[in-house]
Design a binder for this molecule. Structure first.
Ligand code: SF4
Length: 272
């Protein structure tokens, strides 16, 4: 007679990983049986909110930034691959009370960032209210690859989001990132419809997401879904991780900014 087998399914993102005793960790390497990534923090640094980037909300404030050691996407060009795709990053456990206290001692709030914070669902649900009780702000910098229910819960305890819109192409999401565009669009729509402040980031990779039609269609959708005042950060790409395409030439960046500006009022070049 065997013992009772433990099996759980994760409902945080569309991957829907099933955890078993034989395979106890999910694709993101953060969630699994007994939630092993809970409170395991990589990095801890105080940054201006503009560095997240959030430009049009609580300008001039600072936030303590941290994130989990893993991600539910596998972008070939990940700029933080050493903590999103590798398990060797240095991590430390901080209880929700500890993290909230450090954030409010050192800054005006907390940013969950660097990798993908929504996979830290329980930790954020426990920590964010402690920051807000002390009048701190809570920022999420996310890839938007998250299911509706956990996203709704996270929206209820946070103040501002920057969501990556990586391309206007499901092929790009599938082949380069291991995700899908539909889920990300849904997340953007949900945050736009909420009380949270929303900004977006488009990392411009030459030959992959700089097509003028793609950018124009994305800009029109952002305007109709989230409004023309939604800030978009068009960030310059540099070769990272498994992608070797040369860095975005500045004229290509300028052209993309110009295209977004035809439909949106706040378009900021980044990484320049
Ligand atoms: S959050 Fe992680 S464990 Fe959960 S479904 Fe997504 S990849 Fe799998």
């Amino acid at each position: 007679m065997g013992g009772v087998k433990t099996v759980e399914q994760c409902m945080i993102c569309p991957h829907g990983c099933v955890f078993t005793e034989k395979h106890p960790i999910g694709k993101c390497h953060v969630r699994g049986l007994n939630n092993p990534g809970y409170g395991m923090c990589t990095g801890l640094s105080v940054d201006p909110i503009e560095k997240k980037p959030i430009r049009n909300f609580r300008s001039g404030t600072t936030v303590l930034s941290t994130g989990p050691n893993g991600c539910n996407l596998t972008c070939l060009n990940c700029q933080n691959w050493h903590i999103s795709q590798q398990r060797s990053a240095s991590v430390q456990y901080l209880s929700p009370e500890n993290l909230a206290t450090i954030a409010m001692q050192k800054s005006d709030g907390l940013a969950f960032t660097y990798t993908e914070p929504t996979i830290w669902y329980e930790y954020i649900m426990d920590t964010a209210p402690l920051v807000r009780e002390q009048s701190g702000i809570v920022i999420m910098v996310s890839n938007g690859y998250v299911n509706r229910k956990p996203l709704q819960d996270l929206i209820s305890v946070t103040d501002a989001w920057n969501i990556d819109l990586k391309a206007w192409s499901n092929d790009f999401y599938r082949n380069i990132c291991g995700g899908d565009l539909v889920t990300v669009k849904n997340s953007i729509r949900m945050v736009a419809d909420s009380k949270c402040h929303l900004e977006l980031t488009w990392l411009l990779i030459p030959g992959y997401n700089d097509d003028p039609d793609q950018i124009t269609n994305a800009a029109k959708w952002i305007k109709s879904t989230a409004g023309e005042n939604t800030a978009v950060h068009v960030s310059r790409y540099f070769p990272q991780y498994k992608m070797t395409v040369p860095a975005t030439p500045l004229p290509v960046l300028d052209k993309a900014v110009e295209l977004f500006r035809k439909h949106l009022r706040y378009v900021y070049p980044g990484n320049v």
